[in-house]
Unconditional design. Structure first.
Length: 392
């Protein structure tokens, strides 16, 4: 799915300019009348902003609270068999993916399964294909990955997995997966990103008093993130027609290779009216706070989705403004949960493919968290549903 053009709100600058010109050419009587009109327009604008902020605050009243329960509610029919193998593919150059891989290993260990990790590079799709080929050599029960699009696999890989009768759990798909026994589900799918985008749009509208301008740091090659940006832009437009969004597009290599901060700073210098920067993932925002300070870009507020340890520290220090929490522990458990339900031929439940609990975090509610882990007992809640011993 191609990333659409950013939604730009239609402002009233042109209307006010025309009104000002009419005032300058009129008699004193006309001037008074025009002044009243301008005052009415101003009051109308203030009312619209107030309504936008009120609506945004209503969303934040829920979104700012930590979740306490997991989405999955359907227990497995029996205790799962031990000794199975899950192979997980991830980009080892991205901190959040490495963390997620470790959490998949932890969940696999909890159910008595073997774990094997294979790394690849998101910027080089050929390495994903090679990794999937290597995974089959290990005779896995299930192969899993996150944020890699199923459409990238190609007919030969799909045929090889069908022949080997090895299913795939591919999380983070931008669109629903095609119906197939080969594909077990889509945790971290579009509904999760849609919720995250909506919540963060509410924070932006509230914080900017219904009058903000924001740069969307977009990575078009990562189509899994489209629902996040689409939801964010759409909700901003719905809540706040006076607000504006603008895309800053970059490659995966720029986003992960350390140059993204300079790209963003340059865009802010070209667009000095934009005082907010929205990131799709904390892993892509590394170094932005220090880059803004070095460039003398004061008053710019950085926020986004999937808080990482760097962003947690920045919230505590006040150098960044707000982050959506994506609990990678939950993500890992959902990937493993789908694998277990495949092995037991059990129903997937009502919420396995989409929405994970989340929260909007700021300086006011970050507390002592170094990474997002709410609910804090995710693995223990899943272990009860999996009917395995609950770890401490």
């Amino acid at each position: 799915m191609a990333r659409r053009m950013p939604l730009l709100a239609v402002g009233c600058i042109g209307f006010l300019a025309v009104t000002a010109g009419a005032v300058g050419c009129s008699s004193s009587g006309s001037t008074a009348s025009s002044g009243s009109s301008a005052s009415s327009t101003s009051q109308s604008g203030q009312s619209a902003n107030s309504s936008a902020v009120t609506a945004a605050n209503a969303i934040l009243a829920t979104a700012s609270n930590p979740p306490t329960t997991i989405a999955q509610t359907v227990p497995l029919p029996t205790t799962p068999p031990k000794g199975k193998t899950i192979v997980y593919l991830y980009d080892g150059t991205v901190s959040s993916q490495t963390y997620l891989a470790n959490e998949v290993k932890l969940a696999a260990t909890a159910i008595g399964w073997n774990y094997d990790g294979i790394t690849f590079e998101q910027s080089n799709p050929a390495t994903l294909i090679a990794g999937l080929q290597t995974a089959l050599v290990k005779h896995p029960t299930v192969v899993a990955s996150a944020a890699q699009q199923y459409s990238m696999l190609g007919a030969s890989i799909i045929a090889a997995y069908k022949k080997a009768n090895v299913p795939l759990v591919f999380g983070g798909q931008a669109t629903p997966l095609p119906a197939s026994p080969l594909l077990l589900g889509n945790p971290g799918g579009p509904d999760m990103y849609t919720l995250g985008g909506k919540d963060l749009a509410a924070w932006f509208v509230s914080d900017s008093k219904g009058a903000g301008k924001v740069l969307d740091v977009n990575i078009p090659a990562l189509t899994t993130l489209n629902p996040l940006f689409d939801s964010f832009d759409s909700e901003v437009k719905t809540l706040c027609p006076a607000c504006q969004t603008k895309d800053v597009n970059m490659t995966i290599s720029q986003a992960t290779g350390g140059s993204q901060a300079s790209v963003v700073v340059a865009e802010l210098q070209r667009n000095p009216g934009y005082k907010y920067v929205f990131y799709s993932d904390g892993a892509f925002a590394s170094g932005i706070a220090s880059a803004l300070a070095s460039a003398g870009q004061s008053g710019v507020k950085v926020f986004g989705y999937d808080m990482q340890p760097e962003q947690a520290a920045a919230l505590k220090s006040g150098t960044e403004a707000a982050w959506g929490g994506l609990n990678l522990n939950t993500y890992a458990c959902e990937l493993v949960d789908l694998a277990l339900r495949y092995v037991e031929n059990a129903p997937s439940g009502e919420a396995n493919d989409d929405v994970m609990p989340t929260q909007v975090l700021t300086h006011a509610n970050i507390g002592n968290q170094t990474s997002y882990n709410q609910p804090a007992d995710v693995l223990q809640q899943y272990e009860k549903i999996w009917k395995v011993p609950v770890t401490s």
